[in-house]
Design a protein around this ligand. Sequence first.
Ligand code: PLP
Length: 464
Amino acid sequence: MVMAPSVLASDEVYVSNNHYNNDHSSSKDSKLVSNTTLNHGVNDLYKAKLASKDLVFEVLKKRVASINVDRCEPGEEDAFYVADMGEIYRQHLRWKMNLGRVKPFYAVKCNPDPEILRLMAKLGNGFDCASKAEIDLALQTGVDPSRIIYAQPCKTKSYIRYAAQKGVKQMTFDNADELYKIKADFPDAELYLRILTDDSTSLCRLSMKFGASLDVARSLLELARQLELNVVGVSFHVGSGAEDPKAFLKAVQDARWVFDQAAEVGYELHTLDVGGGFCDETFEKFAAILSQALDTYFPAQVRIIAEPGRYYVAGAFTLAANVIARRDVRDPKDPSRDAYMLYLNDGVYGNFSNIIFDHQHPVAQILTCVETCPGSSDSDGSSSTSSLSSSGIDYSIWGPTCDGIDVITERVTLPGLVDVGDWLYFENMGAYTRCSATRFNGFTDNHDVIYISSETGASALLDY
Ligand SMILES: *Cc1c(COP(=O)(O)O)cnc(C)c1O
């Protein structure tokens, strides 16, 4: 595995123990909490995150200071990202610490940014791809085709032939027709039977579309056997943005049952793919339940892989957008309800597509404004003369297209007066944002990304 020498150095390792406190901790968890080295690591993580935010903010400020909206060329004030690759690196350390047995195959669809893919390759991760173009992106990083899984159970036939030609052998299936397609076009493929999971608590449910139920698993394995296909493992996905960690326990138990069925049919399966669905906020809690389930049901010789997407990249990207218009909305009966409508040059047809497709609620923050409310944390001292209310100003925030659904936030209170030409920024915009943007109404879907690194380990790998 290619990795910076510092990846597992003890002073950089961290485990957040926040989730264990009011939880029914297993003895293993308690041991982690009492480990002073790891507690020291938690502080390091916290400090690193704060330092990262400061660094990102500086870079955002510097960029917008260089743009004069009154004189710039069309589009120079377009929305842009700052990507902190150090954040992805820290998420990787956290993964290693909590799920050391599980090898990540990054889900390319979540954010196919080439710098992300380059870093994933350098970290030793594999790739989960679902199309020819994603396979190409993964191969362009220079990784061996064995580090790619074509994890789409319903594939395009010509793409199966393409995978065969490129040597991308690992792929998933969940139905009989797929087995006949694979038999015809890539009989040597290494197959994973994708099974259904209970994803009823997840943000984006996948099981109504994909996954074989347990009652058909056996007959699919028997058909694969008849066709002399090479089934090597089981995969599942508990749903993107999963909320119930028990979903992992149940899915691992079901996978065990399928491994046993496969043995009866004559397959010695060697790999379990536990899919994606991990989130930043709940990671340690999920990882603890998953690791324990894996240790209970799968002996050490079974290889475990996963397909995390959101977990790795959501926090790494911050988006800045320009206020292109403003509308004053007065309430004649109640002046305290006065508000503004702000129109940004990015919306749900653009990078805020995560509002529609990923059920997210991006939070606006002020990057620049004409006046700061007194007492706000951004206040710079000059606010004592301000006529603004200290409780902030209410805004609704809209995208640039002519469609009424193009709304980013219906009501938000911000600690300052924002005018045309000012900038807002939004953190946690790395997952399912840019990749599902459109060019509807003629607005661009091609936004600049400024890459930085707040971790020396990531800098060493990426050369910046
Ligand atoms: C979308 C997807 C993933 C990634 O899911 P996250 O919730 O972003 O971790 C992984 N595997 C498959 C098959 C997917 O469809």
